[in-house]
Design a protein around this ligand. Structure first.
Ligand SMILES: Nc1ncnc2c1ncn2[C@@H]1O[C@H](COP(=O)(O)OP(=O)(O)OP(=O)(O)O)[C@@H](O)[C@H]1O
Ligand SMILES: [Mg+2]
Length: 216
């Protein structure tokens, strides 16, 4: 496979915090199709890896590519194709879900109708007029997913082990994506999503050993 056929590639990726390796020579390959889970025990470096890929944390050494582009150097070239939920999304609590999304849509110049579309796809349309602060956890998570979908990304990354609906979310997003102009989104996620996505069309699991080596 050519470099561009992989959504994500890492080679010998390393990061150490205060002398303790958080990511210790990670080789990861995520094909540019399907739903993929990134497995590993607590503290094994999943979040750190995602943060390095997104340029939120600097790697000590190693190479990373997203859609064939070297990151973080070429992140600006691919950032529009990537949606991620890594930390708790920041929404304005007194504004409605819809208003929050409207503001985001304006900020990224999303096409007209995008907000309605993502509200529909995340099953949030009915409650979209209510203030964000009154949403349940699951609704807040759906709104976060809706926000990432606004730019219609080719790659979605969820780093949310407690997001019990991650599998549901991937399924929903993939169903929604089929009717759109782009091919379906790739969805990388933490273990919960993997267990719950067995009915999805394609599934590849990136497993990590205790040495942080990944195999497909
Ligand atoms: N900012 C930081 N400062 C110091 N150590 C950190 C920092 N971020 C992560 N670590 C350490 O790096 C290691 C990997 O953490 P990371 O959050 O990447 O794990 P994880 O696989 O995402 O775990 P979990 O499944 O609990 O989310 C852990 O030992 C953690 O304590
Ligand atoms: Mg984590």
């Amino acid at each position: 496979m050519a470099d561009g056929d992989w959504a994500v590639v890492t080679r010998d990726l390393r990061k150490t915090y205060r002398g303790r390796p958080a990511v210790d020579g990670l080789d990861l390959r995520v094909p540019a199709r399907g739903v993929h889970g990134f497995l590993g025990p607590n503290g094994s470096g999943k979040t750190t890896t995602i943060r390095m890929l997104l340029g939120l944390v600097r790697a000590d050494s190693g190479r990373m590519r997203i859609f064939g582009r070297s990151v973080p150097r070429s992140l600006p070239e691919v950032v529009d194709r990537v949606g991620a939920i890594v930390e708790s999304p920041k929404f304005l609590p007194s504004f409605s879900g819809r208003r929050n999304l409207d503001l985001l849509a304006q900020a990224i110049d999303a096409p007209r109708g995008s907000v309605d579309d993502v509200l529909e796809r995340t099953a949030m349309r009915e409650r979209a007029g209510e203030p964000y602060r009154g949403y349940s956890l699951g609704m807040k998570q759906r709104l976060a997913i809706a926000a990432t979908l606004l730019k219609n990304p080719d790659l979605l990354i969820f780093d949310e082990p407690s997001m019990s609906k991650a599998g549901w979310a991937c399924s929903l997003i993939l169903r929604g994506s089929r009717s759109r102009s782009k091919p379906r989104s790739r969805c990388a996620s933490t273990p919960v999503a993997v267990r719950r996505t067995s009915s999805l069309p394609r599934r590849t699991v990136a497993r990590r050993t205790t040495q942080n080596r990944s195999v497909r």
